[in-house]
Design a protein around this ligand. Sequence first.
Ligand SMILES: Nc1ncnc2c1ncn2[C@@H]1O[C@H](COP(=O)(O)OP(=O)(O)OP(=O)(O)O)[C@@H](O)[C@H]1O
Ligand SMILES: [Mg+2]
Length: 226
Amino acid sequence: MTDHVIYTNEITKIYQMGEVEVRALNGVSITVNRGEMVAIMGPSGSGKSTLMNILGCLDRPTGGEYFLDGERVSELSDDQLADIRNRKVGFIFQSFNLLSRATAIANVELPLRYAGYKTGRTEKARAALETVGLGHRIHHKPYELSGGQQQRVAIARALVNDPAIIMADEPTGNLDSKSGKEIMELLLNLNREKGATVIIVTHDPAIGDQTQRIIRVKDGLIVENQ
Ligand SMILES: Nc1ncnc2c1ncn2[C@@H]1O[C@H](COP(=O)(O)OP(=O)(O)OP(=O)(O)O)[C@@H](O)[C@H]1O
Ligand SMILES: [Mg+2]
């Protein structure tokens, strides 16, 4: 394959609700190149999270093709999908989704455990926390950290595996504007300085303005891609 980290061809997603079909994606074709930072924007209910879930291998399309990092993932089994997700995708969510009783470093080590690393986990997790400026907070639990710091832990967790792609769904949505700006700076730096490929779902035009490209979704279709 080429240097596309993401390539989709006419992806559809239909949710079956009893007798009723909900067509959440109606044929979405996109490519994302290695090292790009892209925003996905669009009104509520337009299909952004559905698209993210498919791109992040949390769910499968009903139709169409999807290649992630050169691997065809549209027709994998649940186990294969989980495996590729663990190896290739780092997630950042609006609500952080940290394990509340685990320390920062234990949270960051988790993807390494899932990916089967036997040694070197602590060192890698510590380095990831240093990258996000939390080298001095590695033994703190989530409730001992501010919201912005919790999101930094989540970012460290997302990048510790060196994934092909980092996906963030409204990562600043639960933060005050100052912390939100800092988190955005961090993601921009990861992209510019470490070459991370980042997809960010956002309602915030100020965030969209900072990315290289905005993909606009409406009614399950791409309406703009530039
Ligand atoms: N699990 C599901 N079962 C049935 N319908 C669903 C499911 N998830 C989403 N939908 C429907 O699919 C459409 C797209 O939903 P999606 O969550 O992708 O929107 P969104 O763009 O992320 O919206 P928001 O900005 O509010 O987060 C909506 O009409 C929604 O009602
Ligand atoms: Mg959503």
